[in-house]
Design a protein around this ligand. Structure first.
Ligand code: SF4
Length: 216
């Protein structure tokens, strides 16, 4: 009798936004359930694990993963989950709840090309916000936003500071507006840093309701 193999789909998982990118035993066991002999997990540089799961049972598997405390995201042309620092100075002090809320609002949104957002809880910048598409740095009680960084390639570049002094609500609003603008006005497969260069920092700042005075 011919063996029927289930079609698989790749999803990204991690332990959610927390103190460091960690997984517990229960989470590892539930992931291992979906690894056939010879299959491997792929660990990405963006604090995610790629795993292939049966396409037909995708929703059921995601429920099972989420019950074990894993967060699941689509793979491909979507906003990735927020890369973060380890919040070494404490949750409230470094804005862990803000990072969680930001991730909830933006991760998984469809965009013309995979978009990598990063967050860091203080100016030391362990979360590498400066070299990712959208970077957030907590500065005392407010948030500074950078856009257009690029970590890979011979043309790697540091992002540009676009707005500073943001409250959490302002940060969510601006990040969502910039991502919507990119979704709607980005060309097919146009990378975010190219989109930022094409539209221009000043114009993007203006379109999300801020002026150059929003930089001290
Ligand atoms: S960015 Fe600051 S809060 Fe975050 S891990 Fe580094 S030193 Fe700690």
């Amino acid at each position: 009798m011919a063996l029927v193999t289930e079609k698989k789909i790749k999803i990204a998982v991690n332990g959610g936004i927390n103190f460091g990118a960690k997984l517990n035993g229960k989470q590892l066991v539930v992931l291992a359930k979906y690894l056939d002999d010879g299959e491997e997990l792929e660990l990405t540089t963006f604090q995610q694990i790629y795993i292939e799961v049966p396409e037909e049972r995708k929703d059921q598997v995601i429920n099972e993963f989420e019950e074990a405390g894993l967060s699941c995201y689509p793979v491909g042309k979507f906003v990735k989950s927020l890369r973060t620092c380890n919040f070494c100075k404490g949750s409230e002090h470094e804005g862990l709840p803000v990072a969680k809320e930001l991730n909830k609002r933006i991760a998984g949104q469809p965009v013309p090309f995979t978009l990598k957002p990063a967050y860091t809880g203080c100016p030391i910048g362990c979360g590498e916000p400066m070299i990712n598409d959208i970077g957030v740095m907590k500065m005392k009680d407010t948030y500074t936003l950078y856009i257009g960084g690029k970590s890979k390639g011979h043309d790697a570049r540091v992002g540009t500071k676009i707005i500073e002094g943001l409250t959490p609500e302002e940060l969510y609003d601006v990040a969502e507006k910039i991502i919507s603008m990119y979704s709607e006005q980005g060309k097919k497969r146009e990378q975010f840093y190219r989109f930022v260069s094409r539209i221009g920092i000043d114009e993007i700042r203006k379109r999300v309701g801020y002026s150059e005075e929003s930089l001290d």
